[in-house]
Write a protein that binds this ligand. Structure first.
Ligand SMILES: [Zn+2]
Length: 227
């Protein structure tokens, strides 16, 4: 196998197979070092990541281990049936509607997902673990009381709330007009600024139990911080 670099202006049959102009130029200039096409084709800067990789890994590990101690995320999901004639509590406020959510407490689905997300972030189980739906003590309880207790449970472990993002899935009534009032209410309960609470709302385009107006669902993600 011929491994010599062709002299300037001479293109061997093997090198003529390389259609790439950069490769041909390198060979003409006498800079080609190998018969392996990919090496002839590759500019020097392409190998830079291999030189830098050990350093990047070292600093990446250092940063992750530090962040793991201070910042955690949590997720919550909940569903309640809708029934005619019940009060409809959502985001800490009563919304005028023909139907309300059914549950052992006031069935505030938005507060429940925020509680679950907060507890999940701190790895402290879920809302049912701390406030059993079998306990008569919690029958018809205002969910804002539960949320306040959850925030205190986290505070005992040194956690503060970073931010909350949530989505309510409801066919009707419209949730959007009530969102500013819900944010004000929840911010007061949790003792955090309104701008750290995001509440969104969506229908499910008449699909599923939400679309058929049989129930309400909600999702929340949170970020908690330990000082
Ligand atoms: Zn619930």
């Amino acid at each position: 196998m011929d491994t010599t670099v062709p002299s300037k202006g001479i293109i061997t049959h093997r090198h003529a197979l390389h259609s790439n102009r950069r490769c041909r130029n390198r060979i003409r200039a006498g800079k080609a070092k190998s018969d392996i096409p990919i090496i002839n084709l590759a500019p020097n800067w392409l190998f830079l990541p291999f030189v830098l990789l050990p350093r990047r890994q070292k600093y990446g590990h250092h940063t992750n281990s530090k962040m793991k101690l201070k910042i955690r995320t949590g997720f919550g999901y909940d569903v309640h049936q809708l029934q005619e004639g019940l009060d409809f509590w959502l985001g800490g406020i009563k919304i005028p509607h023909t139907h309300g959510a059914l549950g052992h407490s006031d069935a505030d689905v938005l507060i429940h997902v925020i509680c679950d997300a907060l507890l999940g972030a701190a790895n402290m189980r879920d809302i049912g673990f701390h406030f059993s739906d079998k306990d008569p003590k919690y029958k018809g309880i205002d969910s804002k009381i539960l949320l306040k207790e959850v925030v205190q449970l986290l505070a005992k472990e040194g956690y503060e709330i970073g931010n909350i993002d949530s989505t309510v899935c409801l066919q009707e009534p419209k949730v959007n007009p009530h969102i500013p009032t819900m944010k004000t209410c929840l911010a007061e309960v949790m003792g955090i600024p309104e701008e750290d609470i995001s509440i969104k709302a969506t229908t499910t385009e008449q699909l599923g139990f939400v679309g058929k107006k049989e129930g309400v669902a909600a999702y929340a993600t949170v970020l908690i911080v330990k000082e």
